[in-house]
Design a binder for this molecule. Structure first.
Ligand SMILES: Cc1cc2nc3c(=O)[nH]c(=O)nc-3n(C[C@H](O)[C@H](O)[C@H](O)COP(=O)(O)OP(=O)(O)OC[C@H]3O[C@@H](n4cnc5c(N)ncnc54)[C@H](O)[C@@H]3O)c2cc1C
Length: 391
């Protein structure tokens, strides 16, 4: 049996950032990841990072490439009825910006920092199981390199995403979950073509939502609304581009096409579990909550959770107080529910359900006109999008 202070399940953005923040405070951890390093580093996901999360990563010493290569954006556009309306985020939200930098790149930077520090990170770990959660001496067992292992610790951080084992390891009756599955998903492509717009374009269209975003000056990331169970095989590249051209089309603007490097469907879901802790097990990131990606909040929430957790653990190890650890769930959930509402609101405003109710359609259009003509309404969108300080 080996021993550490904090056992972290999952090497996604939450688990890796937690390990880094703890290391900076002199707290030991071991990260256990089910997948290979290659898989984790190639998984295409989020790309919009709030400024406060950029500041967190820079402050923790992994922001050098993010600062150099991240694309700083000051606005987004909402498009409907054949017109594109810019929401000047920075002007409305006290000068704040968002940074477009792929989650894959953040994960690569975090893994590189972990390995450079010689900190324990095990990939291809199998059969992780959590034990003695009701005690002050929790343990994990797992298989790695063909052998069975046991890891004793003070605290377990469940950073293993929505489908992980940490949340289901909590005894029945402890958690209360809230959620919604939406009747649509996003078919996303990554294309080797420079973005056609300098900023993100969110398009509401009779045929369904579309989003034009990017990962770098050479890589476009584009989405079209589809069914949640859509088979990407039914979307040859030509059909994807055709649909994007229609939904994003605008007089005087054209969408450049290029080779499709990756294609996938994401079902849209809202989910929160409360509390985010059970004795010495703390859930963080997608393990505890999911937002539909329309508000670009999932990655940002995950990193906020671990920032709160790292501060609380440092306080506990440093002075013995459990006050911040005891408050972990409540502290995180305030921001989680704000992001849940914002993500639900953006999703509801911009997507067209199949067989849309004409009354709802009129409400959506009215909301879009309001948010693009009222400074107060646009400010509300902007401050949520760039990330609120206090929630
Ligand atoms: C298409 C798409 C677009 C998105 N866009 C945005 C965006 O623009 N902005 C934004 O903020 N968010 C966005 N998100 C959400 C964001 O990607 C997630 O919220 C983020 O990945 C959460 O990080 P995490 O570390 O909590 O979980 P994950 O990234 O899911 O990491 C969990 C890790 O745990 C590992 N694991 C799972 N089970 C086990 C186990 N039993 N044992 C060991 N390891 C295990 C997994 O392999 C994984 O590496 C998007 C998501 C998708 C799918």
């Amino acid at each position: 049996m080996t021993r550490t202070q904090v056992a972290i399940v999952g090497a996604g953005p939450a688990g890796l950032t937690l390990a880094l923040l703890l290391r900076r405070q002199g707290i030991e951890s071991v990260v256990l990841e089910a997948r290979s390093r290659e898989y984790v580093e190639q998984r295409i996901r989020a790309g919009v990072v709030e400024q406060r999360i950029v500041d967190l990563l820079v402050g923790a010493g992994v922001g050098e490439r993010l600062r150099r290569e991240g694309l700083v954006h000051h606005g987004i556009s909402l498009q409907f009825g054949g017109e594109r309306h810019r929401i000047p985020l920075s002007e409305l939200a006290g000068g704040r910006t968002i940074v477009v930098y792929g989650q894959t790149e953040i994960v690569k930077d975090l893994i590189a920092a972990q390995l450079a520090d010689g900190a324990p990170l095990l990939f291809d770990v199998d059969g992780v199981a959590l034990h003695d959660l009701e005690s002050d001496r929790p343990r994990l067992t797992y298989r790695h390199g063909g052998a069975e292992h046991e890891l004793a610790c003070d605290v377990i951080a469940g950073c293993d995403g929505f489908h992980g084992i940490s949340r289901p390891s909590i005894p029945a009756g402890v958690l209360r979950s809230y959620g919604r599955d939406y009747p649509f998903g996003w078919l996303g492509i990554l294309a080797a073509v420079p973005p056609s717009s300098d900023e993100l374009v969110y398009a509401y269209h009779d045929r369904g939502f579309a989003l034009a975003t990017m990962r770098s000056p050479e890589l476009s990331r584009l989405y079209v609304q589809c069914r949640p169970d859509e088979n990407p095989g039914e979307w040859p590249d030509g059909r994807v581009w055709e649909e994007l051209q229609i939904r994003l089309g605008l007089d005087g603007w054209s969408l450049a096409e290029g080779p499709v490097l990756e294609k996938g469907v994401t079902a849209m879901r809202s989910f929160v579990t409360e509390p985010m802790q059970y004795r010495r097990l703390f859930l963080a990131g997608d393990a505890a909550h999911i937002v539909p990606p329309t508000g670009a909040k999932g990655l940002n929430l995950a990193l906020h959770d671990v920032q709160v957790l790292a501060t609380a653990l440092a306080d506990w190890y440093g002075g013995g107080s459990t006050a911040l650890l005891d408050a972990y769930s409540d502290t995180c959930l305030r921001r989680v529910w704000r992001a849940e509402h914002f993500s639900w609101w953006m999703t509801s405003m911009l997507h067209r359900p199949e067989g849309a109710d004409p009354f709802e359609t009129q409400l959506q259009l009215s909301q879009l006109r309001y948010v693009t003509t009222s400074r107060a309404a646009a400010t509300s969108l902007a401050e949520n999008y760039v990330g609120l300080d206090a929630v």
